[in-house]
Design a protein around this ligand. Structure first.
Ligand code: F6P
Length: 324
């Protein structure tokens, strides 16, 4: 292989840049040039492609976002879109592709590999941590620290005013970020998509916390939790007198996707970026690099996308035990 391409796809996360840097510098160390593809598969189809040299990825280790930009491409889902994409890859002399992204991006990668036998290696990048084949995806650790920082700050004001706060955390259908931030932040309750919890149960936990003399009640709500933050908040607000606490809500939103990557993140992103290029150059394809038990491993993309990753429910039980 003489030239590879790199793109980021789907929702971004802190750590994408150190990964891109590692991909570029590893490939160049092996005598392989690298083309940076802007805005994911959409940019590939549109030919938004430029060479990246060692200097072009200088100073980005600590920068949030992705210098390549990212997108979710509807066109790539069509056969015509993929045909255009493969033509562009040939046109630019790209012989293999590193794709940093999540589940949807890997389905696209798998199609490139299956339909055109085009070499692809995936790197897990999403703050949701919902990807099989890796303990942690790029973006998760920094997002978790961002959430934790917010919880600590909200607790300060919650205590001063004797309030209950519902804090909504991202994660799509996966409760990982909510569960881990809830444990690390000492939340009084965690509401997950994976565990059914009714507004009545939330009300009862709130009342108990008040009766036990707590000065605040922090409830972490995963965005995929049903019936959702708003429904629970109105249920609690309607019963304010009976419950003791006044209720406020905070939706953390996209702040969780930005910021300078943590040390763990930069190391993870660097290790996975290096491993992705080495895998590609050694003839591996249709695989994702991941971190399992602090070792870099390869998992077939078919296995990765076969089902969503499950959270460890024993950690939820642990959190319940500690909610005192
Ligand atoms: O998948 C990452 C993620 O941030 C999810 O947690 C969230 O549901 C979604 O992306 C938000 O997407 P968008 O940036 O398109 O609003």
């Amino acid at each position: 292989m003489k030239r590879i391409g790199v793109l980021s796809s789907g929702g971004d996360g802190p750590g994408f840049n150190p990964c891109i840097r590692a991909v570029v510098r590893t490939a160049i160390s092996h005598g392989v040039s690298v083309m940076g593809i802007k805005y994911g598969f959409a940019g590939l189809i549109n030919g938004e492609i430029d060479e990246l040299d060692v200097r072009s990825v200088g100073g980005i280790l600590g920068r949030g976002g992705t210098i390549l930009g990212t997108a979710r491409s509807e066109e790539f889902r069509t056969e015509r879109g993929r045909l255009t994409a493969i033509r562009k890859l040939h046109e630019y002399g790209i012989e293999g592709l590193v794709i940093i992204g999540g589940d949807g991006s890997f389905r696209g990668a798998l199609q490139l590999w299956r339909e055109f036998n085009f070499p692809v290696v995936g790197v897990p990048g999403t703050i949701d941590n919902d990807i099989n084949g890796t303990d942690m995806s790029i973006g998760v650790d920094t997002a978790l620290n961002t959430v934790l920082n917010a919880i600590d700050k909200i607790r300060d004001t919650a205590s001063s005013h004797q309030r209950a706060f519902l804090i909504e955390v991202m994660g799509r259908e996966c409760g990982y970020l909510a569960l881990m931030s809830g444990i690390a932040g000492g939340a009084e309750m965690i509401l997950l998509p994976e565990v059914e919890t009714s507004p009545e149960e939330v009300a009862s936990a709130l009342k108990n916390a008040y009766l036990r003399g707590k000065a605040h009640c922090i409830i972490i709500v995963a965005e995929g939790y049903k019936p959702g933050l708003e429904a629970v908040a109105s249920y609690l607000t309607e019963r304010r007198e009976e419950l003791g606490f006044e209720v406020r809500t905070t939706v953390l939103g996209h702040v969780q996707r930005g910021g300078s990557p943590t040390a763990f993140e930069r190391l993870l992103a660097t290790r996975l970026g290096v491993a992705a290029v080495e895998a590609l150059l050694s003839g591996q394809s249709g695989v994702m690099v991941g971190l399992v038990g602090n070792k870099v491993v390869l998992t077939p993309l078919e296995e990765v996308v076969a089902q969503p990753k499950k959270i460890d429910l024993s950690l939820y039980q642990m959190a319940k035990m500690l909610e005192k």
